[in-house]
Design a protein around this ligand. Structure first.
Ligand code: KIV
Length: 287
């Protein structure tokens, strides 16, 4: 008789995307609009992999963005500019497989949609077919209306992104608050243009709080702030900033809710010390 392997011998290193005991109702774009109408706020975070997606989904975060910020938070680049569609698609797929309730947003990277509405459509379709995203985000206001119209017409829900748009940092002259003084009208015009083109929501980044508040009141679609004060319908943060995996200087708009860097550092040091002292693995870890 052949011996059956014990569960310990067969347990894999990871378990793949966990299946929930009772599937939660998926957050849809219309739910966000209904929340706005009821005066309820919602939370969005970035996620780039299986376990963060599962954890944030379990925490009830309504929207997960597989941001092009993966470029400078996962892939080691200095900015979001170098990341490609082929690099973002596997991350999007991992998040889409792992989040059972959250709306998953694929972020179109620099150069993959600005060329023409057809280019935008072809890229967005890849994010939905290959990445499993439920919708896409793109940066730009009035000038992106043709792209937003094309995607919406073709069955791709679009989240717009106005104010400071990191993909245009060289055009905007660096990381700067947008919409101060006279340029406030530009923010309002951009917001109205993306809504008219069919966007289901709009991110506003680094915009004065009172301007973001006015946009939020003027629009029927939800607004999502990052550095745009507390009058938006939702808020978004990059998770490595919010939970302290990244260290160093943070933007003023970041609130740090945890210190993951310190926890990992301590754990890694203890592990190394155990290995060097010969106390790991112990008898309980040995077959
Ligand atoms: O890529 C990203 O993380 C973003 C957020 C900052 C909104 O676009």
């Amino acid at each position: 008789m052949s011996a059956q392997p014990s569960p310990e011998e067969t347990a894999p290193y990871g378990t793949g995307a966990a299946k929930p005991a009772s599937p939660a109702k998926r957050v849809r774009t219309h739910h966000l609009r209904e929340m706005k109408e009821r005066g309820e706020r919602f939370a969005m975070l970035t996620a780039y992999d299986q376990y963060t997606a599962q954890t944030f989904d379990e925490a009830g975060i309504e929207v997960l963005l597989v941001g092009d910020s993966a470029s400078n938070n996962v892939l080691g680049n200095e900015t979001s500019l170098p990341v490609t569609v082929d690099e973002l698609l596997p991350l999007t797929r991992a998040v889409a497989r792992s989040a059972h309730r959250a709306l998953v947003v694929g972020d179109l990277p620099f150069g993959s949609y600005q060329g023409s509405p057809e280019q935008a459509y072809d890229t967005a379709v890849r994010f939905m077919k290959e990445g499993g995203a439920h919708c896409v985000k793109l940066e730009g206001g009035t000038e992106m209306a043709p792209q937003i119209e094309r995607l919406t017409r073709g069955g791709v829900p679009v989240m717009a992104h106005i104010g400071f748009t990191p993909q245009s940092e060289h055009t905007l002259g660096g990381y700067r608050v947008q919409g101060r003084g006279e340029s406030a009208q530009r923010i309002l015009d951009d917001a109205k243009a993306v809504q008219a083109a069919g966007a289901f929501a709009v991110v506003m980044e680094m915009v004065p709080g009172d301007v973001a508040g006015e946009v939020t009141r003027e629009l029927a679609i939800p607004t999502i702030g990052i550095g745009a004060g507390n009058q938006c319908d939702g808020q978004v943060l990059v998770w490595q900033d919010a939970f302290g995996l990244r260290t160093g200087r943070m933007a003023r708009f970041v609130k740090q809710y945890a210190d993951v860097h310190a926890v990992l550092l301590e754990g890694a040091r203890e592990y190394a010390a155990d290995v060097r002292a010969g106390t790991f693995p112990g008898p309980e870890h040995t077959f």
